[in-house]
Design a protein around this ligand. Structure first.
Ligand code: SOE
Length: 402
């Protein structure tokens, strides 16, 4: 990687982009990493400042602020979204608070970045997309955090598809598999309750792969046919903290109210067929996102466990020496790579969040609607709802309203 790029102005001359983040668990840590690093790597028109982080537990949020480099810590998000020294509110909380926080932040004049899925319901996502559209007329931007779009290999795949390398698309095949729920004794978390998470593997993992399938192809799903399953219906409640005065409800369990796994098929606008699978029960699969796109003139394959690579089959080559070739996506001409390490040194998961922060900062400086917008997040939410409806109706083909 070259020296930090400073041609956009000195640290002091670049106007600040003051960020307030709500939530500081896994996604909060990933977003912090993005904001903390982006200005040291990319040449940005604005200078991201980690102004404040918010969480319910005072001690925990102060520790998170220290660890991740936030200047201040607070426990009330209402206070954060109305602070004069905050320009952008970054929402990294469970889905049940996305709508309330985003609507308040937009009403308070802030730009908003919201983790995926945009909301827990189509109704909430609609209200958020409408508020974002109104706020857009006041110069505010709202983006949803589909971070995988920003992996260089996937950005390259999109570019190659847009260039026509695959020609007419026939199939998209995507799986997103994890295994952290395989043990039926592992405790209930917010991710397993519909009122907090909206849905299970579908919203958590399915939202990513729906977005990717549509984003890479530049197409939309027109309908779906689905099956969902919950394999473990009751789980133990988590143990209370060791210093808690509350007796441990050792024998207590609570119901899992979301899907553990979802399978669905769909049709894209061009008529191409797509299949999707999400689960947290695929033993040995830790965070395995695999996508394959087959067209008349070629195929592309991406695997998150080898995220610096893209496989490409060029079907226009003579069969005698045709074959899948591995593109090592680490060249300076590859998306995002000009600011990083020399060829072959490779990037990781966290870089998708750094690139997300980069793209949003540029969009804000250029007053450009960010991609994916809240309207894009709403469209994915409609697909999620159609999948659930189809599964409820026992896999009938279900059209998605515009
Ligand atoms: C948990 O299943 C999770 O952290 C998702 O919520 C993220 O979006 C994904 O990137 C990794 O897995």
């Amino acid at each position: 990687m070259g020296q930090p790029q400073m041609s956009g102005g000195t640290e002091v001359s670049r106007p600040p982009l003051r960020i307030g983040m709500v939530g500081h668990a896994f996604m909060g840590a990933a977003h912090s990493q993005g904001w903390r690093t982006v200005g040291r790597v990319f040449d940005l028109p604005l200078r991201p400042v980690l102004a404040a982080v918010c969480g319910r537990d005072g001690a925990a949020v102060r520790a998170a602020a220290d660890r991740h480099g936030w200047a201040s810590a607070l426990t009330d998000w209402h206070e954060l979204v109305t602070r004069d020294d905050i320009d952008l509110v970054d929402i990294c909380t469970p889905g049940d608070s996305h709508a309330e926080i985003a609507l308040a932040a937009l009403a308070a004049g802030k730009h908003v970045l919201c983790e995926k899925p945009l909301a827990n319901t189509v109704e909430e996502a609609t209200a958020m997309a409408e508020a974002a559209e109104t706020a857009r007329t006041r110069g505010q931007l709202a983006m949803v955090g589909f971070n995988y779009r920003r992996l260089p290999a996937l950005a390259l795949a999109r570019h190659m598809i847009a260039e026509g390398r695959l020609s007419t698309l026939r199939h998209v095949r995507v799986t997103y598999l994890q295994d952290w729920l395989t043990d039926p004794k592992s405790p209930l978390t917010w991710r397993l309750r519909k009122e907090h998470a909206g849905s299970g593997s579908l919203g958590d993992l399915g939202a990513h792969i729906i977005d990717l399938a549509q984003h890479l192809t530049g197409e939309k799903l027109t309908g779906v046919s689905a099956l969902t399953e919950t394999f473990v219906h009751e789980r133990p409640l988590p143990a209370p903290p060791t210093n808690s005065l509350t007796p441990h409800p050792a024998a207590r369990t609570a119901a899992v109210t979301v899907d553990d796994a979802t399978l669905f098929t769909g049709r894209l606008t061009s008529g191409a067929l797509a299949s999707f699978e999400t689960t947290r029960y695929a033993t040995g699969r830790k965070n395995a996102l695999h996508i394959e796109l087959n067209g008349e003139h070629g195929s592309l394959v991406f695997d998150l466990e080898r995220l610096n690579e893209l496989s490409y089959y060029d079907a226009t080559e003579p069969a005698i020496h045709a074959g899948f070739r591995r593109i090592l996506v680490t060249e300076p001409d590859h998306p995002y790579l000009d600011a990083w390490w020399p060829p072959g040194h490779g990037l990781g998961y966290e870089h998708s969040f750094i690139h997300q922060a980069r793209d949003l900062t540029h969009a804000i400086a250029q007053h450009r609607t960010p991609d994916p917008s809240f309207a894009d997040g709403l469209q994915v939410q409609r697909v999620l709802a159609a999948v659930e409806e189809s599964a409820r109706k026992n896999s009938l083909y279900t059209p998605i309203a515009d």
